[in-house]
Design a protein around this ligand. Structure first.
Ligand code: COA
Length: 506
């Protein structure tokens, strides 16, 4: 489909220009809000042109950096390209690009890790400063200037509303049949004028299929035809199959005891290999006609929709491999009936998550014996990706499940430790911990009861004796007996790993 069929507003047609010309309109020091969520729907041409411009300016000795705000992670063509030329002063919220991660961990880039449901309202509140420019990928522009969103919605509504100037990237490789799949809710207000959000079921449509956009704020329209990043997932291995098996058994047990209906409650599934593999397990499991109220749709969710395990799914973005994207495009009429894409302040909204009663399943880096969870920091100081939506869901879900293999890096790291080296989710927000070894249901237990269960059920046998030894010594020597700890030893597993390369030796 040619560009002229996608840009139907006459005034905006006159603003079509090259990515280089559009990038030249972004001033140094600007806060730039871009589309993009887990490698879907991000602008692909203007950021690369901007990176090229920054490279030349830096070679001439000029300072040029921007603040980069997105929905969540993007791709090498966006934050990756800008990081490589040291063009980002401040990045927020979730990221997963290796170049960005390296600069954050070298102290060369500022990074603020915000719950994904908070980002839009923090901008409305003025907590993050002023948004200067929005760069948004769209699938098309209607005659009245409204926009057809592409493969993610993220924070686009907020960026379009708040930015002084807008650059639109019209991506003709995005399927035109995406039109109608989105639901953009315009009923949000600032406190004290907020009203309840009228969404009662995961599939409810409460807004409009298009993004509103003031054509007078649009300073450039740029054509692209590049596909989204391919999100490759590791095939389910023995560990992830075992984790999925424990979760299915647990959910069946909950149905049997009347704590869950037989078609469960809406599922939320986090990012990454483990989460995707657990979906594969659920797809082979006994449940049918489920729903999902989640943030990203990974390959596993499409498989579940096709098989009928899942009746419908609500999210803010797709995050697919090339093969899954091909299937999505070939069968978009089928998926359009079953998928709703929303703004991330709706997909991750605490009020909705609590009311719908979600089953939240998120991966983690490590948990401690008391059930505190670290989702973000390796060895307490190196940022992996960010908290993403895991806190939005974990804090408010009906059931909050965290999962990980019991060991990492070939067994040299135990993912169950005496004390987590960084806390993202406190013991109060974590109800179930699962590893390939087993599942610990922590509901209603005291800290010492939780510790015994987590070590017995979830720790790897190679680390279990050392954890039991820690618990026994802590119960003898700790100042308090409510949550016994040995402060000198609690982080010794991590410091031991940093010194010797293994927690075994610690
Ligand atoms: N210590 C050090 N490194 C660890 C570790 C630990 N305890 N546990 C895992 N890792 C490493 C793995 O070795 C792997 O490293 P590699 O990339 O060098 O091989 C990496 O972390 C990812 O681990 P993997 O087991 O493949 O997990 P994943 O792809 O399922 O990702 C998270 C796990 C926690 C990183 C990921 O889920 C995440 O970023 N979560 C936070 C955000 C979130 O939950 N969002 C969902 C809300 S919708």
């Amino acid at each position: 489909m040619p560009l002229s069929d996608r840009v139907l507003h006459p005034g905006l047609r006159r603003k079509i220009m090259s990515a280089e010309a559009a990038a030249a309109l972004i001033p140094a020091g600007a806060n730039v809000g871009t589309s993009g969520f887990t490698g879907a729907g991000y602008p692909k041409a203007v950021p690369q042109a901007l990176a090229q411009r920054i490279k030349l300016l830096h070679a001439d000795g000029e300072d040029f950096q921007i603040g980069l705000w997105t929905g969540a992670s993007t791709a090498p063509e966006l934050d990756g390209a800008l990081a490589k030329v040291h063009g980002i002063e401040m990045r927020l919220p979730y990221q997963s690009d290796p170049a960005v991660r390296k600069q954050i961990n070298n102290g060369q880039m500022q990074y603020t890790d915000i719950h994904l449901s908070h980002v839009a309202q923090f901008v409305w509140f003025g907590f993050l400063g002023h948004l200067d420019v929005a760069v948004i990928e769209v699938a098309g522009i209607l005659p009245d200037g409204r926009l057809i969103p592409s493969s993610s919605v993220g924070n686009n509504k907020t960026w379009l509303d708040q930015a002084d100037a807008i650059i639109l990237e019209v991506n003709t490789s995005q399927n035109p049949a995406l039109e109608g799949m989105h639901d953009i809710y315009y009923g949000t207000e600032l406190p004290p004028y907020r009203i309840p959000i009228p969404l009662l079921q995961p599939g409810d449509r409460i807004g409009e299929p298009y993004l509103r956009c003031d054509p007078d704020k649009v300073i450039a329209v740029v054509h692209t035809d590049l596909p989204d990043r391919s999100n490759q997932f590791a095939p389910p291995d023995e560990n992830s199959q075992a984790i999925a098996g424990h979760i299915i058994e647990f959910l069946q047990h909950e149905v049997k005891h009347g704590r869950l209906p037989k078609d469960l409650l809406p599922l939320q599934s986090g990012v990454g290999n483990i989460a995707n593999a657990v979906l594969a397990g659920l797809n082979d499991g006994p449940f049918r006609n489920l729903t999902a109220y989640t943030e990203v749709l990974q390959d596993g969710m499409l498989d579940m929709l096709r098989s009928g395990t899942l009746a419908m799914a609500s999210a803010t973005a797709l995050s697919l491999s090339d093969e899954a994207t091909a299937d999505f495009n070939a069968n978009i009429a089928f998926y359009r009936e079953r998928i709703v894409l929303r703004s991330q302040e709706m997909s991750n909204h605490p009020e909705l998550i609590r009311r719908l009663g979600l089953i939240a399943m998120n991966a983690m880096i490590e948990a401690d014996i008391y059930g505190n969870v670290n989702s973000t920091h390796v060895m307490g100081s190196s940022m992996m990706n960010g908290i993403g939506g895991s806190g939005d869901f974990a804090r408010n879900a009906y059931l909050s499940i965290f999962m990980t293999p019991s060991v990492a890096k070939g067994g040299s790291i135990s993912c169950i430790v005496p004390m987590v080296s960084h806390v993202d989710h406190t013991e109060h927000d974590v109800q179930v911990i699962v590893t390939e070894q087993g599942l610990a249901d922590l509901r209603g237990l005291s800290p010492t009861q939780r510790a015994r269960l987590i070590v017995e059920r979830c720790a790897h046998p190679d680390y279990r004796p050392a954890l039991l030894d820690y618990m026994e010594r802590a119960q003898r020597e700790s100042l308090g007996q409510h949550t016994p700890h040995l402060l000198d030893d609690a982080l010794g597993w991590h410091s031991g790993y940093l010194k010797t390369g293994s927690m075994m030796a610690a």
